[in-house]
Design a protein around this ligand. Structure first.
Ligand SMILES: Nc1nc2c(c(=O)[nH]1)N[C@H]1C(S)=C(S)[C@@H](COP(=O)(O)OP(=O)(O)OC[C@H]3O[C@@H](n4cnc5c(=O)[nH]c(N)nc54)[C@H](O)[C@@H]3O)O[C@H]1N2
Ligand SMILES: Nc1nc2c(c(=O)[nH]1)N[C@H]1C(S)=C(S)[C@@H](COP(=O)(O)OP(=O)(O)OC[C@H]3O[C@@H](n4cnc5c(=O)[nH]c(N)nc54)[C@H](O)[C@@H]3O)O[C@H]1N2
Ligand SMILES: [Mo]
Length: 782
């Protein structure tokens, strides 16, 4: 028996990979992590799983009849295994055909998705890089996480970075912040993950210390456990999607009771007066009083008044999660967060002001490094074809169609080929039945995946990719400050190849191998990326050891003090440190946005009722607001077949949490098999009764692998994938972000059980005759 261990990393934490007789047996948390994620225990289950894609596989009709054949059978037909040579010839030939006949814009290669932690083998970067080398592709702009924040914040504060991790750091909150009002909570659930990996999960310890030293926490959320019990939070259980109304009610109280910081508003903001007229009802006849807000949010008006007074009387830090902008009109809670904080006048003071994204990622609250950690360049970008990330289905449905985005009128391209590596649209996109229909339109779909995910099953050609454990890489995130040498721990599983190796072979066939590889091997790339980062660090006076030392040590810590209070310099002297807005100030009213003339995102923050929420007419039919939040037991669709996720299933399905009152009204008991449904679809789930969920709301986390009873047409999903039910509509013409959190459903006891979840078994595959594939070894070590 031989045992070895090497350093490694994942989005949910760095670890030591313990290998026995060639098999990964344990992912042991990093020694310095005081709060490691239990998700690490799922890694050995998935690396060596029957769900691994064994060999290159082609959907039978596509193989026999070519591009466009029987696309209605995508997801329902068997796959035929082929040799690597044949698969690569097919993919290269098809890419060439499409770019020649239809132009490169006909290739949809944005390939949105988290891929895995290593920064060189990052699949989305690799596929974008490869497609740029062959002439370009249609890309996706922004991300599902905070697309709307990225679009709207430049108009308000001049900088999209304020949604991407530029926050007031933990150190600047301690000893100063006495009241922390958290819209959407501060979930440690989501703080398990950090893109690129993390060696220390610091959220729990920092929050505990703040709590001990006098910070009081207010959790504004339909879910009580969006802030963990240990810090004794106060729970404000508002109706989902009504935060903007609550913030307006608080703002009205501040204005009415003379608690607004006029000096700050006049020194640092633009357009307060126009907003004030709206707030007080002078421009529309409807004052946004605490009583007005109370009725929308289902809260007590006196409580709103009292909270407003407390916020004015304390050093108050307002945080808003990314989830709040993943809802219809998601621009508004963000704009209103900044406005409310501006009225309190504490922006730029330690312990006060606002920040976005606290709790939503493991390193949030640690300052970002000012220089880049190792990263592979996907550019230079060829062409200029792109869509806002979540307009994927609409693009396929409507080639040549016009849409608006952030002041521009744009046109959807005509897509013939979809290429995905490192993402899972049948996890991430809304309204999956609609997506499935749209996915019948392109002639060819190519997917690289380690596993038979729902997306791989809907492809024509599936190329098996290695996992990080099967290759060498560098794990890095600028909020962690530790670079991890992710060393190869095991041999490739089945015939899997690295994405880099696959694209190198395709690049060779298409005559751009040198441009793609730049003549470097895997280890030469790692050294090159490391050295590039090292040189940048040195410019900031940070001395990193050389690559050999880093690789030998297994990790390197980067010392850099980046404590900061968001907008402190601006507050001190707004004319010396102007924001990149047209006025240089915080724009409570934006003349630019007003000039777009969008009724779904006017020139200052407003309350706009989503089309699906507890107060809309549709609530008569579907009275429950569904929160499809990020899963505690997985990362999106990743690890769903691991032990942590499997253990959490109820009645063999994804758990759906509902309030005991809502359950009783429907005759539902804890553990029952239930059906969650609306006009877009229906899913089975296992009922969990909990008074941590407010009435009128259910929580069904994302990520249960889509498992339709009949993949060829809209049908019951056996497993509980929330995105069967979510609505696919842009947040507004301004942001065009995903709006999953604005979805109404109902729940009933399941009347039929179509059998166990099948998607955790591989699809039907006709194996390749066993002839050793001699072609494959030389290329695989390229
Ligand atoms: N209803 C609803 N939907 C949502 C959200 C929500 O809140 N509610 N949240 C949204 C958000 S914020 C996000 S970020 C998205 C996430 O959506 P995705 O990022 O698409 O989800 P993942 O499951 O992480 O997909 C990554 C895929 O890459 C594969 N992979 C990993 N490593 C490799 C590799 O080395 N090579 C290749 N070829 N593949 C690899 C994994 O197996 C996995 O299938 O979901 C969005 N969807
Ligand atoms: N374990 C784990 N961690 C993750 C991920 C994962 O998949 N698994 N995904 C990572 C990714 S890609 C991202 S982008 C971040 C996402 O971080 P977030 O976007 O913050 O995560 P969510 O879980 O969607 O939402 C957080 C909470 O917001 C609350 N909420 C939803 N709608 C409303 C509302 O209208 N009002 C109020 N007040 N609250 C509301 C919900 O109760 C929900 O639990 O998480 C990251 N962390
Ligand atoms: Mo995300």
């Amino acid at each position: 028996m031989s045992t070895s261990s090497v350093p490694h990393s994942s989005h949910w934490g760095a670890f030591t990979a313990v290998v026995q007789d060639g098999k990964l047996i344990e992912a042991r948390p990093h020694a310095s992590d005081t709060d490691p994620s239990p998700l690490l225990t799922s890694i050995p289950d998935i690396v060596d799983s029957p769900l691994r894609v064994n060999a290159p596989s082609v959907r039978r009709s596509w193989l026999e009849h070519g591009p466009g054949a029987r696309t209605d059978l995508r997801g329902a037909e068997e796959f035929v295994e082929v040799s690597w040579e044949q698969a690569l010839d097919l993919v290269a030939g098809e890419l060439d055909r499409v770019r020649t006949q239809h132009g490169n814009d006909a290739i949809f290669g944005g390939s949105y998705g988290w891929s895995s932690a290593g920064r060189f083998h990052h699949a989305k970067t690799q596929v974008n890089r490869f497609l740029n080398r062959i002439g370009g592709f249609t890309d996706q702009k922004h991300n599902y996480s905070f697309a709307t924040g990225l679009a709207v914040l430049p108009h308000i504060v001049g900088d999209p970075a304020m949604v991407a991790g530029e926050v007031t750091t933990w150190s600047k909150l301690k000893g100063t912040c006495t009241l922390w009002v958290a819209f959407g909570g501060l979930p440690l659930r989501t703080a398990q993950a950090e893109a690129g990996g993390i060696t220390r999960h610091v959220g729990r310890d920092n929050l505990a210390e703040l709590s001990r030293t006098g910070t009081h926490f207010v959790n504004v959320s339909p879910l009580r456990d969006d802030v963990h019990e240990e810090i004794d939070p106060e729970w404000v259980a508002l109706r989902a999607n009504t935060d903007t109304a609550l913030m307006l009610g608080l703002a009205h109280t501040l204005e009415r009771d003379g608690l607004v910081d006029r000096d700050f508003l006049s020194r640092c903001t633009h357009g307060y007066e126009t907003f004030r007229q709206y707030l007080m009802g002078e421009s529309d006849g409807a004052p946004k009083t605490a009583a007005w807000a109370a009725q929308i949010c289902d809260l007590d008006a006196d409580f709103i008044v009292e909270l407003a007074h407390r916020m004015a009387g304390n050093r108050t830090f307002i945080t808003t999660t990314w989830s709040l902008q993943r809802a219809e009109y998601g621009e508004q809670p963000y704009w209103m967060t900044v406005t409310l904080a501006a009225m309190l006048g504490q922006i730029g003071l330690d312990g006060g002001g606002f920040s976005f994204g606290y709790g939503n990622s493991a390193g949030m609250g640690s300052s970002k490094l000012p220089f880049g950690t190792p990263v592979l360049a996907s550019g230079p970008k060829q062409g200029n074809s792109w869509i806002p990330v979540a307009r994927h289905t609409e693009m396929l449905e409507n080639p040549g169609g016009e849409y608006e985005f952030d002041g521009e009128t744009r046109t959807y391209p005509d897509i013939r080929l979809i290429y995905w590596a490192g993402g899972n649209p049948f996890h991430h996109h809304q309204d999956l039945n609609r997506l499935a229909a749209a996915w019948r339109r392109p002639e060819t779909i190519v997917v690289h995946e380690p596993w038979w995910t729902p997306t791989a099953r809907r492809a024509d050609i599936v190329l098996p990719a290695t996992t990080t454990l099967e290759r060498n890489d560098v794990g890095a995130s600028s909020r962690d400050r530790v670079l991890v040498a992710m060393k190869r721990a095991i041999e490739p599983v089945g015939q899997a190849r690295d994405d880099f190796v696959i694209f190198s072979a395709l690049a060779e066939r298409l005559g751009v191998k040198q441009e793609y590889t730049e003549g470097r091997t895997e280890m030469e790339w790692l050294q090159f990326l490391y050295d590039t980062s090292r040189a940048k660090a040195l410019a900031y006076g940070v001395d990193m050891p050389d690559f050999e030392t880093f690789w030998e040590q297994g990790e390197v810590a980067i010392e850099h003090d980046g404590e900061r209070t968001l907008l402190a310099g601006f507050r001190q002297d707004p004319s010396a440190n102007p924001l990149r807005t047209p006025t240089g100030l915080i724009e409570i009213t934006s003349d630019v946005v007003a000039g777009f003339g969008y009724d779904d995102c006017p020139g200052h923050p407003v309350w706009l009722a989503p089309r699906e929420w507890a107060g809309s007419p549709l609530a008569q039919t579907y009275p429950l607001h569904m929160i499809s939040n990020q899963p505690r037991h997985r990362l999106h669709g990743q690890l769903d077949m691991g032990r942590v996720s499997r253990r959490a299933k109820v009645a063999g399905r994804e758990p759906v949490r509902l309030n005991p009152q809502d359950a009783a009204a429907r005759g539902i008991n804890d553990g029952d098999l239930v059906e969650v449904f609306n006009d877009r679809g229906a899913v089975l789930a296992g009922a969990v009764l909990s008074d941590a969920v407010r009435t009128g709301v259910i929580q069904l986390s994302t990520g249960a692998w889509h498992d339709p009873v009949d993949p060829a047409r809209p049908s019951l999903d056996r497993h509980g994938n929330a995105n069967v039910l979510t609505r696919d509509v842009g947040t507004s013409r301004l942001g065009q972000g995903p709006s999953a959190h604005s979805t109404l459903v109902d729940v009933r006891k399941a009347s039929t059980d179509p059998g166990a979840v099948a998607v955790h078994q591989p699809p039907r595959i006709v194996p390749k005759p066993v002839v050793p594939d001699h072609q494959h070894s030389p290329e695989n070590s390229a």
